[in-house]
Design a protein around this ligand. Structure first.
Ligand SMILES: *Cc1c(COP(=O)(O)O)cnc(C)c1O
Length: 427
């Protein structure tokens, strides 16, 4: 939100304007290390705050149900053209309200209720919408989970277990195989997934919600043209507004479009689609490639520094924008929940996460997930990652100690003052 937007809200609703101001201040003055978050540009936020929010546009460009969509059509077409250019896709649907909606639409386009789908299990790094029993996806379809290989001392373990996937696929005959993860630090090559899907006659969906920006920036392999359907969120490494998108070849275009509307959604959020168009424009610039490279280098630097300080890195390291810590080597008693809460009070925002074969339940966990997309956008580099690692260790050595939390909070404020993502917005 721009300060202009806050001021506008303030002219009629001071109560909410104060809340918006406080959140802007929180984002600028504390460390944002949630791997699925980013700082969108003022241009992206401004498009989200535009008059396009007023328009009903059920349907697709030039095939709308209501009148008055000539101009909105141009915005949605621009978003579709840009995202197709960005990923080399034949067809794009930019209407999904979120990554979860995009996945549900992809399932609806590719399989029928009751069909078997294989996807990474949640506790090994998959997403809720990959068939968790608490998600609608797990109730509509019959999901068979696959996971990662066991931990190995030399750091070669905890990788997606393609042999297990192949064996299970041969036994279970899935109609669809889902690739993609939410807590996993390695490059995922789409080709072996395609091979296994072909061996068992399954379709392949690649959910690149997390690495979409890394793929757009050319630092991770692009599954477009290899997977039948590619889904992603626009707000993680891609640095756009909160939302989802789907890419397909020409032959599945109609099935995907019908699944999104009228299958699952009503009127699209055209103001958000306009903001997606801005984000795709930004991602098409040469500077975005550099951003994607820096996000990965920063994660590697953060991981290396934390490893030096006694934390075990799940899978032994990282090749993307995430770091997944096993806290047990640092302190056997320390839980992900206690660590997250103490770090939060010290101004370091991150999330607890289950690690593969975690002995603790999902609400407690033994792991912590950190990500570099937001602070890389703010301009931080590898030096700052080393500082952040030492601040994290400082808090967690005395987890829950108020004095330490206060001290670190002060240091965090000083660091963040040098890397304000919204320097141009005066508040
Ligand atoms: C974040 C994520 C989603 C869901 O995105 P929402 O916008 O939160 O619905 C789906 N799949 C994966 C792999 C994700 O990481």
């Amino acid at each position: 939100m721009s300060s202009w937007a806050i001021d506008q809200v303030g002219t009629i609703d001071e109560e909410l304007a104060a809340i918006l101001k406080n959140e802007l201040s929180r984002q600028r003055t504390t460390l944002q290390l949630i791997a699925s978050e980013n700082f969108t540009s003022p241009a992206v936020m401004a498009a989200t705050a535009s008059v396009l929010t007023n328009k009903y546009a059920e349907g697709y460009p030039s095939k709308r149900y209501y009148g008055g969509n000539r101009i909105v059509d141009e915005a949605e077409d621009l978003a579709r053209q840009r995202v197709c250019a960005l990923f080399g896709a034949e067809h794009a649907n930019v209407q999904p309200h979120s990554g979860a909606s995009a996945n549900l639409a992809a399932y609806m386009a590719l399989v029928n209720p009751g069909d078997t789908i294989m996807a990474m299990s949640l506790d090994q790094g998959g997403h809720l919408t990959h068939g968790s029993p608490v998600s609608i996806t797990g109730k509509i379809y019959r999901f068979v989970p696959y996971g990662v290989t066991p931990y190995s001392k030399d750091g070669s373990g905890e990788r997606i277990d393609l042999e297990q996937l192949r064996d299970l696929a041969k036994k279970e005959n899935p109609k669809l195989i889902v690739a993609g993860t939410t807590a996993y630090t390695r490059i995922i090559d789409p080709l072996p997934f395609r091979q296994i899907a072909d061996e068992v006659g399954a379709k392949l969906l690649f959910d690149v919600a997390h690495p979409a920006g890394l793929i757009a920036g050319g630092v991770h392999p692009n599954p477009v043209g290899i997977a039948d359907v590619v889904t992603f969120t626009t707000h993680k490494t891609l640095r756009g507004p909160r939302g989802g998108a789907i890419l397909t070849g020409a032959e599945l275009a109609k099935a995907v479009d019908s699944a999104v509307f009228p299958g699952l959604q009503g009127g699209p959020l055209e103001h958000v689609i306009a903001a997606k168009a801005v984000a795709f424009f930004e991602a098409l610039q040469p500077s975005f490639k550099e951003y994607a490279e820096r996000a990965v280098l920063n994660a590697k630097a953060l991981a290396a520094a934390l490893s030096e300080l006694g934390f075990r890195l799940v899978s032994g390291g990282t090749e993307n924008h995430q770091v997944l810590l096993d806290l047990r080597t640092f302190d056997a008693e320390l839980t992900g929940k206690a660590a997250q809460d103490s770090l939060d009070r010290a101004g370091i925002t991150c999330n607890r996460n289950q690690i593969p074969n975690d002995p603790r339940p999902p609400f407690v966990t033994s792991g912590l997930r950190l990500g570099t997309p937001a602070e890389t956008t703010a301009g931080m580099g590898q030096e700052e990652m080393a500082v952040i690692a030492s601040l994290i260790a400082k808090v967690l050595r005395r987890c829950g100690d108020e004095e330490t939390e206060k001290e670190v909070l002060h240091e965090v404020h000083e660091l963040c003052a040098q890397f304000d993502p919204y320097r141009s917005l005066s508040v």
